[in-house]
Every structure is written in C-alpha cells, then in structure tokens.
Ligand binder design. Structure first.
Ligand code: PMP
Length: 384
C-alpha cells in the first residue's frame, strides 16, 4: 500500500506520519464474500418504498442536521426517546465521533482484539491511548477478568457483539460488569446484532447503565451499506456530546429518506436475515467437515476459518474461482485466517466446494515446501 510522500509526511501532524492512504484494492469477482455486506439486495416491497421516498425528496435544501424523523422512527422501534438516538454517516462516523468526543491525548480506550480494526485506527487519529486486552487465542472469547480490570482504569471501552471477525457475542453479564467497572463510557458495537440470537442485545442494559452506548448500522441486515447510515442509542447527555462534535450535514437527505423508509418497512427484511442465519449454519457445518479447516461458531453474517496457506487459498479463490473473501493473515492473532461472508445458497456452495478442493492441495503443498508460514504483509484486506 502507498505511503505518504516525504514532503507530505513533513507537513501532516506528527502522529499521522505513519498513516497509509486507504486503498481497498478491490478486485471485481463473480462472488464477493469479502466485506460482510448483505449479498441479498433490499427486498422489492421495501425497495419500492425507498424509491418513492427518494423521488419525493428535494435536494436543493440542506438536510435536517439531526435526522429527526429517522430518530423518531428508530426511537419508537427500540422503545426509547428521540433524545436517546443519534444517526450518523455509517457506524464508522459514529465510532470516530465517539473517540473524538470522549477520547484524545491522555485518555485510554480498551480494545479487545482481534476485532474491527477501525477502533484502533480512530484512536490513533484522535491520539487516544489503546490498551489491548487480547481475546483467548484458541476460543477468541474475551478474557473477562482482565477486561473488567482494564475497564476500571479506562476512559472508554469498545466491545463488539457479534465480534468482527470472530463471530462471538459478548455475554450481557460481562457487558454489565464492564459498565460497572468503567469510570468512562462503554460502547457495544452491534453492527451484526440482527443476525444474533434473540435476547443478546446490550440494549437490555441501557436502563441500568447510563455509561453504555449501543451502535447499530443499516449496512448489514438492512442491505444499505452503500447508503451509509448507522445510529447509536445511549443516555441523552451522551447523545448531546456526539451531536456536538459531528459534521452537521453528514447524513444527507437521500440517506435520511432511504433509511426512514427502510426502517419503517423493517418487517420486510426478516426473511433475508433468517435465510442468512440458516445459511450460516450450513457454511459453518460444511467447512467444519473439510479436513484442514478450523471454524469458529458465529452469530454474525460471516464465518472465520483457519487453514494452512490461507493467503494462497484466498488468492486461488479469487483467481481460479472468481470468489473474493477476506484475508486476515496479516492481523495479529489471526494467522492463516480467512473471513467468509455468508451469501446466497449458490454463493455459499461455490465457496464451500472451492475450499473443499483447494485447502487439501495447499495443505499438501505446505508440507512439501516445509510449511512456509503464510505471510500477507500488505494490508489490502483491512477494515470492513
Ligand atoms: N462495526 C463493525 C464491527 C463493522 O464490521 C462495521 C463495518 N463492517 C462497522 C461497525 C461500520 O459499518 P458502517 O460504517 O457501514 O455502518
């Protein structure tokens, strides 16, 4: 990946000198299971409502800065008040604003890797210190006591539930302990929450813990990744701070209209979420049967799989089968891991069949060449 030029390195703020411009290096493939998107489109009845809402939305005026109609609909859905909700330009913007408002020099974020890489990235942009509490290297579950102890010293904690890319849900009892221990704020990122079992959302804890924030996005279950809309539910004074630091027009009129129509039509999305959840079991069970593949149980719309030579396997999937999955080999703790988004039955069968053939070949090759460790050093596969 490209580095900043020497000239620009001398000009940017010192803590930004090592940044690399983001280049997803996207390769067009027939099957894209690389970004945890919803590979089903918006259901036709919901799409018709979205299209009608877009057609009725003038673009000559600035947006309502706070997306109040959308906030009201989200509040009614989640059983909270408008004051408890803020919308953003994707969950990413809200995560960034969380670090911007509440992090900064001298503050510490407790991060629970392997997890979504944007948390550490936004911490670095805002000069927030990071205390990593690593997950168990075998199970990838958070180390509860260590996490609670770290939370006791932290300004901020981010827990991801289900976690990207490991798929596990943060137990509510652990979230409550972290909230009790932390003198600052605790964000539970539920970007994939709609795919998890009922009763696992940390929203159940909001009434008892005024330092808890729950993040959602319309990018996954609602199939609106391209529209960029996420939202946070939290105590009104926390929402006020997020509102104070935000770029006032970050959620544009078309996104507000589309998101409102989609959330009103939320029942239409249940069938695809159910399909993805049932296909997730199929992918998990099928991959578990492939010799040389280890998979972890997942409550998200993706499955993490470990295999010898994962970087080569990923390249062969792309080049020989036109299937794109996400390589995490470069990421600490995730050696030889690929993350496979759950797609349509046809897409899932294609990736299962391809892996059933390629993994044994690569395992044999690794043995023949003396088990060279896979090392993907480029970060083309980072972030989403
Ligand atoms: N949280 C997690 C755990 C994610 O994986 C993602 C995106 N993949 C996001 C938040 C942000 O999603 P978006 O900005 O599309 O809402």
């Amino acid at each position: 990946m490209a580095q900043l030029s020497e000239r620009v390195k001398a000009l940017v703020q010192p803590h930004l000198r090592t940044l690399e411009p983001y280049d997803p290096n996207f390769t067009p493939t027939h099957v894209n299971l690389s970004a945890n998107e919803n590979t089903y489109d918006v259901p036709a009845p919901a799409r018709a409502l979205i299209d009608a809402a877009l057609a009725a939305t003038p673009t000559n005026r600035y947006p309502d800065p706070m997306s109040n109609d959308l906030r009201d609909e989200l509040a009614a859905w989640h059983g909270v008040a408008r004051e408890n909700v803020i919308a953003g330009n994707g969950g990413d913007e809200l995560l960034y604003n969380f670090l911007l408002a509440f992090g900064g020099p001298g503050r510490t974020l407790v991060n629970v890797p392997p997890t979504f890489s944007e948390y550490a990235f936004f911490a670095s942009l805002t000069q927030t210190g990071v205390h990593d509490v690593w997950r168990d290297p075998e199970t990838f579950l958070p180390q509860a006591d260590e996490l609670v102890a770290a939370a006791g010293e932290a300004s901020l904690v981010i827990l991801t539930s289900p976690n990207n890319p490991t798929g596990d849900v943060a137990p509510l009892e652990l979230v409550a302990r972290v909230c009790d221990a932390c003198p600052g704020l605790v964000m539970v990122d539920e970007a994939y929450g709609e795919f998890a079992a009922a009763g696992t959302s940390a929203e159940a804890l909001l009434a008892e813990h005024d330092n808890l924030l729950v993040l959602h996005t319309l990018s996954k279950a609602f199939a609106l990744a391209g529209a960029r809309c996420g939202y946070v539910i939290a105590a009104p004074d926390v929402i006020d701070a997020l509102a104070a630091v935000r770029q006032i027009y970050s959620v544009n009129v078309l996104t507000q209209a589309a998101a409102l129509a989609a959330v009103r039509a939320r029942a239409e999305f249940d069938a695809t979420v159910e399909k993805i959840v049932s296909e997730r079991s199929h992918v998990y069970e099928s991959l578990a049967r492939v010799e040389g593949v280890r998979v972890w149980p997942s409550e998200g719309n993706f499955v993490l799989a470990r295999m010898a030579g994962a970087s080569r396997v990923r390249e062969r999937l792309r080049d020989e089968r036109s299937i794109l999955v996400r390589d995490f080999s470069y990421a600490p703790g995730l050696a030889d891991c690929l993350r496979i988004t759950v797609g349509t039955p046809e897409e899932n069968d294609a990736v299962i069949e391809a892996l059933s053939e390629i993994v044994p070949e690569e395992a044999a090759r690794a043995v023949a060449t003396g088990n060279e460790p896979a090392c993907a050093t480029n970060k083309e596969d980072q972030d989403d």
